[in-house]
Design a protein around this ligand. Structure first.
Ligand code: LFR
Length: 508
């Protein structure tokens, strides 16, 4: 019989990928997944001037370029696979397209790094207090949460014309199949989903002036969304019904499915543009301590909760590289990382969670400013800047893992690092030292693997619970283990205290 092959469409903030996952030896103890990247296309913010000479600029996603990348990728995937057994789509969270009454897209989705939400959370809290919002939705406060974007857009013509809101993976799913749903893992990042019941918090929406008719019916991951429209399927070279399965359409939800963990005592760092650091739990943690620590309870696959913190991530590094390139400086990442490994560590550490690092721009200058503001010597060279970023990331992971473990009352014995950051061996080593825990690094394509595992189970090719899926995923992987240096703890503790002390002084 042919080997079942699934196409994972995985859209990240800097690139989109179509990856074919073949399930080998399905139905045996040796079942495993072989991933092959078929296409990769660029993605990123596009600034577009708004009406009038002083209308400002808004950051958008080029969603039509993404759509073309997806179609080209699926065509190539179908050719490679012989015939695909299914398609699943995941992407970053919160962002969405608005559709008019005819189901047509009203404009390019706005990028979550756009500044339109500045000051909006505070306005929202005046109507629904932050504590009440958290008690219901369990969601961290990020200025870009969908609910804040919708409130920011109130009064704009586009929102007034909108009849439906579709999150990015659901928008692509609707274009593929004609079905309009809100897949629940991604819906949990809107700020409009009840974390305990996993249904829309329509009462909150009403109080905030959000039209509840915009919100589509919810759909769990691992279900049939629909079939690719026959004309499109034929265009893709597929001549029988081609199912589209719902997956953890929030990329982080798919990545967590692919964490090759055994048991429960693990933390994960899903490390790409963002670093998502946390735990998998059976129920949300909605305590006041959890809210003030800004931990989020996002919906995971199979009813799990992704209890985690957003750490600014490799974004700061990629923007630094971009800044240097634009200035005509040599800035090849492998060279920079090698140089960063040679300079002394923990000389300067900054709080990368500062909102200053959210918008695109000159990160080396922002790091220097943050160092100055906290009474530290700014990094002097590119190598020192990169080292500062990686040390600061590892320090943020240390804090987040320890906080999550304390807030959820769950012991952590191993940290799983998944995503593009796996390739950054210096970061992996620093993470082990900073957390004082072994780090198991891999897979690189975590979201794509989780996407394929959930599709394969929905299609009946695999079965079992998350642990069973994880075991299948792990079998096909080459993982690297980093042991912490026991001598390192004192240095990391000192750096942590130095930064905390500087923050206190700064607040005074
Ligand atoms: C990671 C991610 C994060 C989300 C951020 C913005 O790719 O999905 O989980 O907070 O992007 O959508």
């Amino acid at each position: 019989p042919p080997v079942p092959a699934f196409a994972a469409v995985d859209l990240g903030a800097s690139s989109g990928r179509v990856i074919v996952g073949r399930v080998l030896d399905a139905g045996t103890d040796g079942a495993r997944v072989d991933l092959h990247e078929v296409t990769r296309f660029g993605n990123g913010p596009v600034g577009v001037p708004r009406g009038g000479p002083d209308g400002g600029t808004r950051l958008h996603w080029d969603v039509l370029a993404l759509w073309r990348g997806v179609l080209d990728g699926l065509r190539a995937a179908n050719r490679e696979a012989g015939a695909l057994a299914g398609v699943g789509v995941d992407s970053w969270a919160v962002d969405h397209g608005l559709l008019d009454a005819d189901g047509a897209l009203l404009g390019n989705p706005v990028h979550y790094r756009d500044a339109r939400t500045a000051g909006v959370p505070e306005r929202v809290f005046a109507t629904v207090p932050a504590a009440e919002l958290y008690a219901r939705t369990g969601l961290q406060v990020q200025p870009f949460n969908t609910v804040f974007q919708l409130v920011a857009a109130q009064g704009e013509a586009q929102l007034a014309a909108a009849r439906r809101l579709l999150l990015v993976p659901d928008l692509l799913g609707a274009w593929l199949t004609g079905e309009q749903v809100a897949e629940v893992t991604n819906a949990s990042t809107t700020g409009l989903l009840d974390a305990s019941t996993r249904t829309w918090a329509t009462d909150l929406a009403v109080r905030l002036g959000v039209d509840t008719a915009l919100l589509p019916p919810l759909r769990d991951p691992g279900r049939l969304l629909g079939h690719v429209r026959p004309d499109l399927a034929a265009d893709l070279g597929h001549h029988t019904p081609l199912p589209v399965w719902t997956v953890g359409s929030h990329d982080t939800a798919s990545a967590v499915v692919a964490v090759p963990a055994q048991g429960e005592d693990f933390a994960y760092v899903s490390c790409g543009t963002w670093s998502l650091v946390g735990l998998e739990l059976p129920a949300p943690v909605l305590s006041e301590e959890s809210r003030t620590a800004n931990f989020t309870n996002e919906a995971g696959v199979d009813g799990t909760v992704r209890y985690l913190k957003n750490v600014m991530g490799l974004w700061v590094l990629s923007e630094s590289v971009r800044t240097w390139h634009e200035a005509g400086l040599p800035a090849e990442l492998p060279d920079l990382l090698a140089a960063a490994a040679r300079v002394p560590g923990l000389t300067t550490v900054v709080d990368l969670d500062d909102p200053a690092f959210l918008p695109p721009g000159d990160m080396p200058a922002r790091i220097a400013a943050a160092a100055d503001a906290t009474g530290q010597t700014p990094p002097q060279s590119q190598a020192e800047t990169v080292r500062c970023i990686l040390d600061s990331l590892a320090l943020a992971y240390r804090r987040a893992v320890r906080q999550a473990s304390a807030l959820a009352d769950r012991e952590v014995r191993v940290v799983h690092l998944v995503g593009g950051g796996v390739r950054n061996t210096l970061l992996c080593r620093l993470t082990a030292d900073a957390t004082g825990l072994p780090v198991v690094a891999g897979p690189v394509e975590g979201a794509a693997l989780g996407n394929v595992l959930v599709q394969a189970r929905a299609a009946g090719v695999l079965d079992g619970d998350l642990a069973a899926l994880r075991a299948v995923g792990a079998r096909g992987l080459a993982l690297t283990r980093y042991e912490p240096d026991p001598q390192a703890e004192a240095r990391w503790r000192a750096a942590e205290q130095r930064l905390a002390g500087a923050a206190v002084a700064l607040a005074r």
